[in-house]
Design a protein around this ligand. Structure first.
Ligand SMILES: [Zn+2]
Length: 174
């Protein structure tokens, strides 16, 4: 594995252990040339996925990008990284086992929304507001109505609704 800092080819594995309930191997690596340290993950990949965007443009599926967008939605929420990784791995596994090598970005968005809905209601509203590109307050109320079917999430969601709306605006620029 090439060093991400100096592009040196001599990096060494310092530590290697299972993570995400044995679904992945985490390796800590060090570069003897520059002293740089970095971490890599080894995961099963069942299928090469291509994402078809709304514009019709096709790009390779990028797991890290998906993790980042989920992390933005979960910013300052009490959900640890391990759960995020497990959730994303579950989503990827669903996509890979669906049998299609091309997947619409809207399909991925829908799966993320569904997963976040169970994980954290505030993150769900944040993500949904961007994914659905809300313009009207009525759209937010529609989503809140969906959450209202979940008695655990509804109170907290209303408490932080204003935050979610302003966060959604920030997320859009992201
Ligand atoms: Zn290096």
């Amino acid at each position: 594995m090439r060093c991400p800092y100096c592009a040196g080819e001599n990096t060494q594995v310092k530590d290697s252990r299972p993570t995400e309930e044995n679904a992945a191997i985490r390796r800590r690596r060090i570069c003897p040339d520059c002293g740089g340290r970095f971490t890599t993950f080894e995961r099963v990949q069942l299928r090469e996925l291509t994402v078809v965007k709304r514009s019709g443009r096709k790009v390779p599926f990028d797991r890290d990008k998906l993790v980042r967008s989920v992390e933005v939605a979960l910013r300052k929420r009490p959900i640890d990284q391990e759960r995020v990784e497990r959730m994303v791995s579950g989503l990827v596994r669903q996509l890979e086992s669906a049998g299609e090598s091309e997947v619409a970005s809207s399909t991925i968005g829908g799966l993320v929304m569904e997963a976040l809905r169970g994980l954290d209601p505030v993150a769900y509203v944040r993500f949904a507001s961007v994914y659905r590109d809300f313009r009207e307050a009525a759209d937010f109320h529609e989503v809140l109505g969906e959450i209202a079917t979940d008695p655990v999430g509804v109170h907290e969601t209303h408490m932080t609704f204003d935050t979610a709306v302003s966060d959604a605006a920030a997320l859009k620029k992201h």
